[in-house]
Design a protein around this ligand. Sequence first.
Ligand code: DI6
Ligand code: FE
Length: 399
Amino acid sequence: MTIDRIWTNACLATMTGDGLGVIEPGAVASSGGVIAYAGPAAGLPRAANAQVIDCAGRWITPGLIDCHTHLVHAGNRAHEFEQRLAGASYEEIARAGGGIVSTMQATRAASEDDLVAQSLPRLDALLAEGVTTVEIKSGYGLDPQSERAMLRAARRLGRERAVTVRTTFLGAHAVPPEYADDSDRYIAMLCNDLIPQIAAERLADAVDGFCEGIGFSPAQIERVFTAAKAAGMPVKLHAEQLSNLGGAALAARFEALSADHLEHLDPSGVEAMAKAGTVAVLLPGAFYFTRETRLPPVGALRTAGVPLALATDCNPGTSPLTSLLLAMNMGATLFRLTVDECLRGVTVQAARALGLADSIGTLEAGKRCDLAIWNVAHPAELVYRMGFNPLHARVWSGQ
Ligand code: DI6
Ligand code: FE
């Protein structure tokens, strides 16, 4: 193993163990894009020909991971934002044909090139804050051709930038107008045709759904999950965002990677998630933007030992947010997460939520060398500030 790069004179927040895993002074060495060493500076292996980067006392964290986004879509919904400011509710707008369906129309009308072009600025905003892995969902095409175009656009984003993209098929996001009077027939199309096809084309790494009164019932989601599992794909779920339909417990029964939102989660859902090891992905941007007042049961999740992740939920309707740093600040301020929980929520726990805990999320030998190097005196500053970006440098796969 030849060490090719070394970062010295740094403070490390490795995210190993229960907390931040602080090592001061620390150093990181990479070999072929993988971490060869992350630990006390004194233990750094010798490497005669390595490039040495002096971090001048800066902090290094694992590259940040945004584990729940809908960042590929066309258009925006600023007009619905204005309607909501005038008193309309999100559900009213959705039931009147706006909401997800209005973004669907814009997304269907866009070419794949358009989708990439419109989504790149959102991706770039995340990368500028040290994100090295991002999950991107489909769910605004809602027909076979447009859903696949969204997933291909997402994969292309991962080739256009130095970032890992994980794609998620969210065909069960909303009922498209063609199936308005027969959502079961839409679900049958997803299960029988589209999921097997997407699996065969390797377009998605996981399957998600929207389990909600304005989305799909638990019975319908169960069919989607059964088809996903049959096609060899892990599942996750938008659960208990607007109401309690028992979605998180259903997800846990299918060994879901994560259940996301969870404002209306009840104790039995918490227990089911804890037993299954399903990660709770909290989305404070959506909570803030929809002016939700019901808090997810953070204390109960914490007590039960459910891993807590944080993400932007970047989407045009309920969370037009492209800052994972601000999501951390909101996680602390709105949801009362600790600084350690916020930082672990966008690194080690977000990696778990994507099923990538073996390869990213901590600074440890053997993990991919994805780093964020920060101009801060203490990691708490990353959670504390609002709208300030202290990123010094971003390293993806050792580069
Ligand atoms: N929950 C959300 O918050 C987003 N999707 C979902 O299932 C909202 C999507 C939108 O309004 O466009
Ligand atoms: Fe979402």
